[in-house]
Write a protein that binds this ligand. Structure first.
Ligand SMILES: [Zn+2]
Length: 227
């Protein structure tokens, strides 16, 4: 019943959105006719991309990021996570891919895998933002995408506010990887934001255990100082 009400609510929102002019998610000016993902062209132009990468010791070979988790990037990630802004993800993902393309190529990855959401959370949100970003990266990179290589078995606790050790503990046993899909592959593991890296590391651990050769983490945004 709740789902039906929510679906009806979404339908009404979709109809209203089609009739009424909407505002840019970032500058709140009325959106022009030509716009992408609810953001106006000048705001897309002004996004403070800051791509980079850092080699790591441990289960992740390296971490790549397209921006810092701050300012307008932070607002867009919030839109993706909490405001049903799934139209935003392909537009963001394409731009993320164009910034990271050469770095991704340099790591010789041969399979793109998104960090999974628990099926119930995915069902309620209607999409997995990491999967939408991974899809947008896979296309221009010409790499295969496998959204079922890793599965989330438990939803896990909310990660916000937990220490690094607490995060690691709460994630133990959360993920399972399918050996037939990942054996011998060098995997680009995609997520929206990295804070301590505990989620990426938990996924990388099961991927390596299932026979993956190497795992490289790739995120839209990293919280400064933590990684
Ligand atoms: Zn704008």
């Amino acid at each position: 019943m709740k789902t039906a009400t929510r679906a009806a609510g979404r339908l009404v929102e979709a109809i209203l959105a089609a009739i009424l002019p909407a505002d840019c998610l970032l500058c709140e000016q009325t959106l022009p006719w030509r716009q992408e993902g609810g953001v106006c062209p000048p705001c897309w132009e002004r996004l403070p991309w800051a791509p980079g990468y850092r080699p790591r010791r441990g289960v992740l070979d390296a971490l790549l990021w397209a921006a810092d988790y701050d300012g307008p990037i932070r607002s867009l990630v919030h839109g993706l996570k909490f405001a049903d802004m799934d139209a935003l993800a392909p537009a963001l993902g394409r731009r993320m891919a164009s910034r990271l393309g050469p770095i991704i190529f340099g790591h010789r990855t041969d399979l793109i895998v998104p960090v999974p959401l628990h099926f119930w959370r995915r069902f309620r949100r209607g999409y997995n933002q990491a999967e939408l970003l991974a899809r947008a990266i896979a296309r221009p990179a010409g790499l295969p995408l496998d959204i079922r290589a890793v599965r989330r078995r438990r939803a896990g606790r909310r990660q916000l506010g937990l220490s690094r050790l607490e995060r690691r503990r709460s994630l133990a046993g959360c993920f399972a990887a399918r050996p037939s899909r990942v054996r011998g592959r060098t995997i680009l593991l995609v997520d929206d934001v990295v804070t301590t890296g505990a989620t990426l590391e938990a996924c990388a651990r099961v991927l390596l255990h299932a026979g993956a050769r190497r795992v490289v983490g790739c995120v839209l945004a990293r919280t400064p100082k933590n990684m």
